[in-house]
Structures are given as structure tokens and as C-alpha cells.
Design a protein around this ligand. Sequence first.
Ligand code: ADE
Length: 253
Amino acid sequence: MQVAVITLFPEMFRAISESGITRRAIEQGLIKLIYINPREFTSDKHQTVDDRPYGGGPGMVMRVEPLQGALNAACERLSTCRENVRVIYLSPQGQVLTRTKVESIPQQGSNIVLIAGRYEGIDERFIDANVDEEVSIGDYVLSGGELPAMVLLDALIRKLPGALGDKQSAEQDSFEQGLLDCPHYTRPEEMNGLRVPDVLLSGDHKRIENWRLQQALGRTWERRPDLLSSKQLAADEQALLNAYIAGREAHTD
Ligand code: ADE
């Protein structure tokens, strides 16, 4: 997979390229990441990338020309042509990012351009002519698209085969089975009078697996019932959830 990020602040991306799983994936060559600054594609001495909005109002709008130059350069530097690139603009006007959306992105091609905007947004004509998809990371406004682009990249990268170590698995992530994750514990067995649940010390792998599934079901039922309503539970899952709910009710009586 190759991704070009068009951004006025490439240095922000050190957060993903210099640490953790994302850094390792880049080093392993699972993903090639390049950054292109639209400022390189301005023709005036001040390297102006923004201008006032037609119709008036607050804020500034990113100009088409530097963005167009950056997009052309992105295709060139990825050694591909515009037809083979999927252009995603991070914006609060986009479809909200979900696990399904993350999974759909690599299926649509392996060359991606992410556009991280600044100011009030970018000239709509650039979007109409070039953007295949707008993606939002939630119903709130950030100061720019860089953090959303990093959120999307991190979510994409951890799904790449080989990105996670042997002991980790993307399959165990929250949402992977349409459920939240179960709770996790590490040493010591007792901390401030609080003990690790006995089942996790039992060595009985089947019981542990059942307990984890039950916790995942129970937490999802408590915290995100919307996720459960779009999931068809198998009979054994329903039984585990019923037992969890019964346990909770007994607790609150
Ligand atoms: N740019 C500013 N806010 C954003 C958001 N919530 N999602 C994606 N891009 C953005």
C-alpha cells in the first residue's frame, strides 16, 4: 500500500512514523508513506495557499492551484496515474469512519492520497473535480485534517497483514466481532485489595475464552446497545449474555 498525504504540516506525522506499530510497519515496507506540502506548488513570493471566501464571512479557504499541484505531484511520486489513485479528503462533512469503512479502503485500491485541509476548508471546485470520498472521524470540528488523517492511517496500518506482532491480533480488537473488547489484567494478582477474576488464573482455556466472550457481550449490552441491535447473536452467545444480565440484576437487587 502506498499513501501520499497532502498537508501543510508534514512534521505532525512524526507521531505515527516515529513510534509504535505504525513505525514498524513503515520500516517493514508494509506501507509507503510520503508527504507533499501544497506550499511547494504556489507561484507567489509569499507561497500563499489560502484566500478569502467569496460571499464574505470568517476564515480563509484553501486555493485550488496549490492543491492541484500537490495532487499531480502525489501521483508522480507514487509512480502512478490519477486513475489508479483514490483521493480521500478528511472533513467533518464526510461519512463517519467506522471499522467497515476502514476495511473498505484497501479493497478499493492500493494507492491512496489523503488530503488534510486547514482553515475553513478547501475550494469546493477542487473537491468536485478530484475527491473520491470525504471521511470524518466524528461530529466535532478539529483545527485541520492532520489528526483525522493519522487516525485513518493508524486504523488502516494495524489491519495490514504482518503489522501486528505474533502475540497481537487485529482479530481480537474491539469491534472486530461487532463487540467491545473484554477487560484485561496483568500482574500482580492483587492490587489495593482488588483481585484479578479467578477464571483468568484457572489455566482453563475454554472457560477463559467463554468468560472473555461473555464480558465482551455484557459490556456491549451495557455501553453500546446500538452495536448489539445490528448483530445476530448465536444461541450460545445469547445464553452467555443472559447469564451476564442475570448476574448484574442479582447484583443490583
Ligand atoms: N477536519 C476537521 N475536523 C474534522 C473531523 N471531525 N473529521 C475529519 N476531518 C476533519
